[in-house]
Write a protein that binds this ligand. Sequence first.
Ligand code: MF3
Ligand code: CO
Ligand code: CO
Length: 290
Amino acid sequence: MKRNDFCWCGSGKKYKKCHLQYDEKIDSMKFVKKKNQARPPHKIINNAADIEGIKRAAVINGGALDLAGELVKEGVSTLEINDAIHEFIVSHGAHPSCLGFEGFPKSICISVNDVVCHGIPSKKEILKEGDILNIDITTDLNGYFADASRMFSVGKISEEAERLIRVTREIMEVGILAAQPWHFVGDIGAACGKYAHDNGYSVVTALGGHGVGKEFHLEPFVSHDCAAETGMLLVPGMVLTVEPMINAGEEKVFTDAADGWTVFTADGSLSAQWEKTVLITEKGNEVLAY
Ligand code: MF3
Ligand code: CO
Ligand code: CO
């Protein structure tokens, strides 16, 4: 690409006024092979218009999660919550990205107690006092995706469950603090893993976060328990999720053979998860969806 060409990021600016210095900086770096360090592909770099698009999807997604919080009550089925949120997202002109994604049958994921993630809303699943649940919602609007999840609880819950929810949120936040430009994606997992283990919890590593924005799931894979300074370089314009899945007991999980989706803890212990969509900026990062 020449200095006076339009920049590859689609900003409409000349390359020399846009990503030239950025490319020179990356070209001058040496990536350590045995740490799997890698340069980010152009396709996952977002320009200002892309970020505006993701933010618009995020407004609806955040509203849907707020609504979820109002709907969680003893006696309500997870399908009722799904249906109300579907209606909310569609009525705002957007699409619930989970619906039909690789054949997923419902609009959102609701994961109760020992379900780690990808729980399928069902009219047979009735919330009861003491339950803890993750509601994970992704919304796409005009081709842009925002992905976030929160924990909720029903009535009075155990102290153990309360602590798991609180610490898991802290694990997500320390992960986000580690998501810095010109650092590596592995720094996120190193921070999350340490915080989790220091608190006596295990981290699910079979699943993780991901790039997001112009597609639902993009590079890089975001591990929540790995070595620092490994994997893809984080650069301004990258958008990714930090979404630790934390088990009170063992790390091991299995997927329900009958539905092909629901992920359970192998030992039946409680699991919690929080998720935000995070933009890497010049100075640090900015949460786009929560
Ligand atoms: N929202 C989930 C994530 O955080 C993905 C759910 S995929 C689905 O990446 F198909 F289960 F909906
Ligand atoms: Co999600
Ligand atoms: Co996600």
